[in-house]
Design a protein around this ligand. Structure first.
Ligand code: SF4
Ligand code: SF4
Length: 416
């Protein structure tokens, strides 16, 4: 059965194995000064590469809308990246699309991408970044000159003359999607040859509304959308229309929470096969141009590229259904938001649970805890203590919302 780490009586088999390794590693490094570090290291999903995955490479490329570029079906997401060698390995294996952002790893991700692609002809790569600074997303009303400078700073960090694509990131409203200053900044940057295409990314409750408007607006060349197995009932039609209009479709958040290494009832074989099954499901939709998945460990290049160009099979379907049965009540669906209006304190439940997931399942604790710390105190999870939790009744997916939030608070404050 699925286990919520708030309530589980013990660690999973892999946590135990990994914890032992971490303790040994921590001692070799002089020991962890803070308990938080030991906790975090024990929570990072372990690498269990199979020998047959070695040297996996890209086997399929698909057109990215009408950009004229064919991207690797499995492409490179770079949250928490700070290692150029991983980028170099990805290029050697055929990955040609790299998604980064100034606020990934406090700008180290863009620098690692720049270093890792050096020596590769620029026109063989497709580089995407975001209208952001290392401190976070640009506000809707940012001055045009500041939006331009943000992209120019990205160019300097990456060491390139142009971006292929710049996203308006984490869009949760039409106002943000069509913010005139950001569009003017894009037009000027495009005119100056500093960016080629405009994109939009979203993983919010209003995702379908935002993406429908983006596709219909004829302003966007690419949409990047949270998309995973058995979710987003209305998104298929939007993808189809995007495909018909020549708008590229890039999927993200494809592992549906990446709880697979934390499920006690998932066998080692199932844990190892899960990510490839999830990626193959995404790519079985031919309206999807490709997907980006965060790669910040060398073994992940092998693991994920094993799914490239491969068909989605009945055994994959069975595995995804089993994952859903085990992890369904742990995973806060991006874009759901059904509980938000029930909370008297306007706690951003979906954001907080996404940050928890970043910390627990993706090894992105620093970023997640920084975001949590920046939360408006009036909307913090402190009010969850002693609350009657109408949010839990409002969740159609059966999440123990209050318990998950209180656990998130402990984890993101480093008190777990
Ligand atoms: S437990 Fe109460 S305060 Fe916390 S999110 Fe739910 S409704 Fe809001
Ligand atoms: S906790 Fe449940 S209702 Fe709230 S956003 Fe997540 S999945 Fe939706």
């Amino acid at each position: 059965m699925a286990k919520d780490s708030d309530s589980r009586p013990g660690l999973t088999r892999r946590d135990v194995i990994t914890s032992a390794g971490v303790l040994a590693g921590g001692l070799a490094l002089g020991g962890c000064k803070y308990g938080t570090q030991a906790y975090l290291a024990s929570k990072v999903p372990p690498a269990q590469p199979r020998p047959e995955w070695a040297d996996a490479r890209v086997h399929a490329y698909r057109p990215l809308g009408s950009t004229g570029f064919r991207i690797s079906d499995i492409s490179f997401g770079s949250a928490e990246l700070d290692n150029a060698e991983i980028v170099r390995s990805a290029v050697e294996r055929g990955i040609n699309y790299f998604d980064t952002s100034p606020d990934y790893s406090n700008a180290k991700s863009e620098r690692a991408i720049g270093e890792g692609i050096s020596g590769t002809p620029r026109d063989q790569l497709f580089l995407a970044s975001k209208f952001c600074t290392p401190n976070g997303h640009l506000p809707d009303r940012v001055a045009v000159k500041d939006a331009i400078r943000a992209v120019e700073d990205s160019l300097l960090r990456i060491g390139t003359d142009y971006l292929d694509l710049v996203h308006i990131h984490a869009v949760n409203s039409i106002e943000r999607l069509m913010a005139p200053n950001i569009h003017e900044a894009f037009d000027r940057l495009q005119e100056a040859g500093k960016v080629r295409f405009l994109g939009v990314s979203s993983h919010t409750p209003d995702l379908e509304m935002v993406m429908r408007h983006a596709v219909d607006s004829d302003r966007f060349h690419v949409i990047m959308v949270a998309y995973n197995y058995d979710y987003w009932p209305g998104i298929g039609e939007i993808f189809h229309d995007a495909h018909e209009k020549g708008v590229g479709v890039v999927a993200m958040k494809t592992l549906k929470g990446a709880f697979h290494n934390k499920l006690d009832d998932f066998s080692d074989t199932e844990q190892e096969a899960f990510s490839q099954a999830a990626l193959k499901w995404v790519l079985s939709n031919r309206d999807v141009s490709g997907l980006v998945i965060s790669i910040n460990r060398p073994d992940q290049v092998n693991e994920y590229l094993m799914a490239s160009g491969r068909p989605f099979e009945a055994s994959d379907q069975a595995l995804l259904e089993r994952y859903d049965a085990l992890a369904g009540s742990l995973y806060c669906r991006p874009g759901c938001g059904a509980c938000l209006s029930s909370c008297p304190n306007q706690v951003p439940v979906d954001d907080v649970l996404r940050w928890r997931m970043y910390s627990e399942n993706y090894g992105r604790h620093e970023e997640a805890s920084n975001r949590f710390a920046a939360l408006d105190p009036r909307r913090s999870t402190d009010g969850c203590v002693g609350c009657s939790a109408p949010c839990a009744d409002a969740c159609p997916h059966g999440l123990p919302v209050q318990e998950r939030l209180l656990g998130a608070s402990r984890i993101l404050r480093g008190r777990a």
